[in-house]
Every structure is written in structure tokens, then in C-alpha cells.
Design a binder for this molecule. Structure first.
Ligand code: CA
Length: 243
């Protein structure tokens, strides 16, 4: 593990790029900047960052495509920078693999808070792509929780359903791991927000609904058969009893 965290800023606007660089350097990151999408992907590949901030509106390739390309090569946290809240709603539905979204204009403090919240969440292997998962499995001890034929490796951050690995995003994994911490209780949206996203997100229940919805889809739940996650009307969610 290295002490210095590395960030890549993908941003074509020089002023915003500079602001992000300053904020992240203050937070202890070594910062590299790319001003196009293609350059961004190359840079991510070259420096294996812990964090990527990604502007949605880039001059060459759109941010969604860049985000998917980045997600395919790294487990770094990705913060998407967008020009409007409408865009955030649209992006949340697309499952592009971003961990968080920040709207322009943003304040340095807002970026700091979002980054701090992301890094408070447990990470698998800092700076390492998921290809290293197998290697770490052989040497580390792993806490594994199971629920029916769902198996969650809390340290390896791997979820398998009937032996098949599920490609969960970080947020989906954290939601599932949190709920497995109390498989019989009802989890309010507020508690899930505080645990998975951090206290500053209180009030943003929509986020929980969207990501729980995505998690359910990956688990194979649909509106009629809530085999894994049940909605408790007006309150939140609970795990369905293990079969
Ligand atoms: Ca831009």
C-alpha cells in the first residue's frame, strides 16, 4: 500500500481543472490532469489512480463513454462532474459505474466532503484493478456472510449468487453488506444514506431508491417477487428471509 493517493482529473475547462487540482492536492492527492476523454483513459491506465473526477462534457468523447471505459480498467472511485441536476437523474438510471455526481458550479468544500465520504467507505485493494482479486484471496483472511445462496465476501468485496459472481458497483455492494449486517431489521432510507453515503446526504432518499433498485435488478428481484430485498412501505427496506 502506498501513502500517497493518486487522482486523475479529466476536465477540459482549465479553470475548473485547476480548482479540482488545488482541492485534491489539499486533500493529500498527487493529481494528474487530462483535458480530453481519450487522454483521460490513457492517464488512468498509466497511473492507476485511487480517484478520478470526470467531466461529463468533454471535447472528444462524451463522459458516459469515458466513465465506462475507465470502469473497465480500474476500481478507482469515479466522481462525475455534470452541468445540471437533470443530467444526474439521467445518469443514475444508466448505471455508468460512477460512485458519485457533483453539479457545476461546485465549491471546494463540496468536493472535499464528497471525496472524504467516498474514502470512508471500505475499499478492496487501493489502486489495484480487480484482476488482483484472486491473488489477494489466497493470502488474506476473508469475512464471508451468506444469506440463502447469496454469499458476500466482505473483505474481497465479492458477491456470488448460487456460485455466480455479481458485478455490483461499490454503492450496491455497500448497501447489500450494510443490510446483511442486520438481516432481520428494517433499514430506513435515512440509515442507509448515512451508512453508505455519509451524513451530508440526509434528505436525498431518491439516491437510495435508485441504487436499491439497481441492486435488486442484479439480484434478479422484480416488482412481484422480492426474493432478496423487500420494501417496507413508508419506512425502507429489509432482507427477505433466507430460503
Ligand atoms: Ca467540459
Amino acid at each position: 500500500m502506498t501513502d500517497t493517493r493518486v487522482a486523475v482529473v479529466v476536465e477540459d475547462d482549465a479553470d475548473i481543472g485547476l480548482l479540482l487540482r488545488e482541492v485534491l492536492e489539499m486533500a493529500g492527492f498527487t493529481v494528474h490532469r487530462a483535458s480530453t476523454g481519450k487522454e483521460g483513459v490513457r492517464l488512468v491506465q498509466a497511473v492507476t489512480p485511487d480517484l478520478v473526477t470526470l467531466d461529463l462534457g468533454l471535447p472528444d468523447v462524451d463522459g458516459i463513454t469515458v466513465c465506462r471505459a475507465i470502469r473497465a480498467i480500474t476500481d478507482a472511485y469515479v466522481i462525475m462532474i455534470t452541468a445540471s441536476t437533470d443530467e444526474i437523474d439521467r445518469l443514475l438510471g444508466l448505471e455508468i459505474g460512477a460512485d458519485d455526481f457533483v453539479n457545476k458550479p461546485f465549491s471546494p468544500r463540496e468536493i472535499q466532503a464528497r471525496v472524504a465520504a467516498l474514502f470512508r467507505r471500505p475499499r478492496r485493494i487501493p489502486g489495484q484493478p480487480s484482476a488482483d482479486r484472486t491473488a489477494s484471496l489466497q493470502v488474506d483472511e476473508h469475512r464471508v456472510v451468506s444469506h440463502g445462496d447469496l454469499e458476500v465476501d466482505l473483505d474481497g468485496r465479492i458477491v456470488t449468487l448460487a456460485g455466480q459472481e455479481l458485478p455490483l458497483t461499490r454503492i450496491e455492494f455497500d448497501l447489500l453488506a450494510t443490510m446483511l449486517g442486520g438481516p432481520r431489521r428494517v433499514w430506513t432510507r435515512e440509515t442507509l444514506l448515512r451508512t453508505v453515503w455519509g451524513a451530508q446526504w440526509i434528505g436525498d432518499d431518491h439516491l437510495v431508491e435508485v441504487h436499491v433498485g439497481n441492486l435488486r435488478r442484479k439480484l434478479g428481484d422484480d416488482a412481484r417477487t422480492a426474493r432478496w430485498i423487500r420494501t417496507v412501505r413508508g419506512v425502507g427496506y429489509r432482507l427477505a428471509p433466507a430460503a
